[in-house]
Design a protein around this ligand. Structure first.
Ligand code: HEM
Ligand code: HEM
Length: 196
């Protein structure tokens, strides 16, 4: 039987790292917005840039989710304990939920404010919702909360990968690392990782 791959597909890997980098930048961008005084032209300019890049990142996240739902991830090694399988599944779902909820909550908040979105400060998208302070505050609060939650989940995610690499020495990171030529590229998935 053809052995199944032990790595994510090239597309999944490219999307994972591209989106991770973009989210990191967008997160820092969001935090610096707090330092720009409200009511100034600079604030409107940078908030609209943040909204516009956030929408593009959101579309990329949708593409990634579509890819994920139509492509099976590589199976975990047979030796992976059940609790770890569950923890990985749960944390990956939570990461996807936050990745979707962040741009969505930002987009919804923007449409319950008279400012709407000026896409890259060039094209004005009139808000489709009423100028409603309570709804704006709700979705803005959700945006804030999901940003914090994503940061927390990513920290746990990175610690889990570090544990696999530095304590278990099972090479987990290679599953999400760009493919190298040679015997590591394809190997039977029923072997413990250290034997591959
Ligand atoms: C794609 C990922 C995104 C990330 C990681 C992100 C992250 C952040 C962060 C960390 C903040 C500062 C904390 C806060 O006040 O919540 C922020 C603020 C903000 N974000 Fe985003 N954001 C994203 C997408 C969007 C989108 C798509 C929109 C709107 C279309 C948006 C609109 C806003 C607005 C208006 C603020 C300022 C809120 C305020 O200061 O009252 N964001 N964002
Ligand atoms: C914003 C930052 C990040 C986000 C949102 C993120 C999100 C995700 C998600 C959702 C998955 C599951 C993939 C799937 O099954 O579709 C995943 C897998 C993975 N990520 Fe990240 N990630 C981030 C940063 C990182 C970093 C910095 C590392 C390295 C330390 C990393 C290493 C991995 C590895 C090795 C896997 C595969 C895990 C496995 O085989 O089960 N990620 N990531």
């Amino acid at each position: 039987m053809e052995p199944s791959s032990t790595r994510y597909t090239g597309t999944a890997i490219a999307l994972h790292w591209l989106i991770a980098l973009l989210l990191l930048g967008q997160f820092a961008f969001g935090l610096t917005l707090e330092d720009i005084p409200r009511g100034t032209p600079a604030r409107g300019y940078y908030v609209n840039l943040h909204k516009s890049s956030g929408i593009l990142i959101g579309l990329l996240i949708l593409l990634r989710l579509g890819w994920r739902l139509t492509h099976r991830p590589p199976p975990l090694p047979r030796t992976t304990p059940r609790w770890q399988r569950r923890a990985a599944k749960f944390s990956h779902i939570a990461l996807y939920v936050c990745m979707l909820a962040l741009p969505l909550s930002g987009y919804l908040a923007s449409n319950f404010s008279r400012h709407g979105i000026k896409f890259f400060n060039l094209v004005r998208w009139a808000p489709w919702g009423p100028d409603d302070k309570a709804l704006y505050a709700f979705f803005n609060g959700a945006h804030h909360l999901f940003a914090l939650l994503l940061a927390l989940l990513v920290a746990i995610h990175v610690l889990a990968v570090a544990k696999h690499m530095l304590i278990d020495h099972d090479g987990l990171l290679l599953r999400m690392w760009p493919r190298r030529r040679g015997p590591l590229a394809r190997a039977p998935s029923n072997l413990p990782m250290e034997n591959r």
